[in-house]
Write a protein that binds this ligand. Structure first.
Ligand code: FAD
Length: 254
């Protein structure tokens, strides 16, 4: 049976990006875990799409960060939702971007780090993880990287910093200004700039210290995966937790 939730708030950041908040009144089989996604529809047809839940499971509401695809079957209409509208939201969240899919047992460093590496709306699951307390209980540092085409797509940084995360932002098609960086994150990782810019003493990931989550387009995901696997890092699953996990959820846009 379909579960309807009511829109509580909507904010438009750019012509391509918006955020919305809904009630969380449905009968969830279990609470969602930070990093999971669910299915959303308009409630008046069969079209539904996967959406990462962008807020903490502790909240008594739901938040989502959404692309606007002008001819997209869902988002051509979803982008026009207003407070009070009803949306279909599945109460069966799933996903692989889970802290439990990262291997904590072979972390052999007194200050372990969690890296949440995103492009575009790939930030959404990391908003959930970095707004929840669990990540900070396991890791000394939680570092969120976000790469977009333009500065005004780089959202939520202040709030994530207030939760205790470090935030590193890059843009690919604009001058980054004084507090952000220019270019793709893959280049920043390869060249060590990511670490230098953040004031770290090392210039690359450390198998005994770093655990990594990745969410972006397929090309980006693959490129990062190649970088990490070349270092001996292994992709984690529920059965076999590893050094990194990724969700192949988004198309390439940057
Ligand atoms: P679609 O027919 O689904 O897509 C049309 C085209 O738009 C795609 O072929 C692609 O070129 C482009 N596109 C679609 N989604 C994106 C995107 N997110 N970024 C850049 N380009 C895109 N989307 C979100 O906006 N927020 C999320 O939190 C989110 N989480 C997802 C989680 C998973 C596991 C998966 C598989 C997808 C997720 N998506 C998310 C994508 C989402 O499911 C839809 O594709 C998106 O809402 C567009 O729907 P649509 O019907 O309008 O267009």
């Amino acid at each position: 049976m379909q579960n309807l939730e009511t829109v509580l708030d909507v904010k438009h950041f750019t012509e391509d990006l918006f955020w919305f908040k809904t009630t969380k009144q449905g009968e969830w089989k279990r609470p969602f875990r930070p990093g999971e996604f669910t299915m959303i529809g308009m409630g008046d047809d069969d079209i539904s799409r996967a959406y990462s839940i962008a807020n903490s499971p502790d909240d008594d509401w739901l938040e989502f960060l959404s692309i606007k695809v002008q001819d997209g079957p869902l988002t051509s209409r979803l982008q026009h939702i207003k407070v009070g509208d009803e949306l279909e939201v599945s109460t069966r969240p799933i996903g692989t971007l889970l802290l439990t899919n990262l291997n904590m047992y072979n972390l052999d460093h007194e200050k372990p780090r969690l890296w949440l590496i995103s492009t575009g709306t790939g930030l959404a699951p990391f908003l959930s993880i970095a707004r929840h307390t669990e990540a900070y209980e396991y890791y000394d540092e939680v570092i969120v990287t976000h790469t977009c085409r333009t500065n005004d797509e780089l959202v939520f940084a202040d709030e994530l910093r207030a939760h205790g995360a470090q935030v590193y932002q890059t843009v690919t098609r604009e001058d980054p200004g004084p507090t952000r960086y220019s270019g793709r994150i893959t280049g920043k990782i390869r060249g060590g700039d990511l670490f230098r810019d953040l004031g770290k003493s090392d210039t690359g990931f450390d198998l005994t210290r770093d655990r990594i989550m990745i969410c972006g387009g397929p090309d980006f995901n693959q490129e990062i995966r190649d970088i990490l696997e070349a270092q001996g890092m292994e992709h984690g699953t529920m059965k076999s937790p590893g050094h990194f996990v990724q969700e192949r959820a988004f198309v390439q846009q940057i």
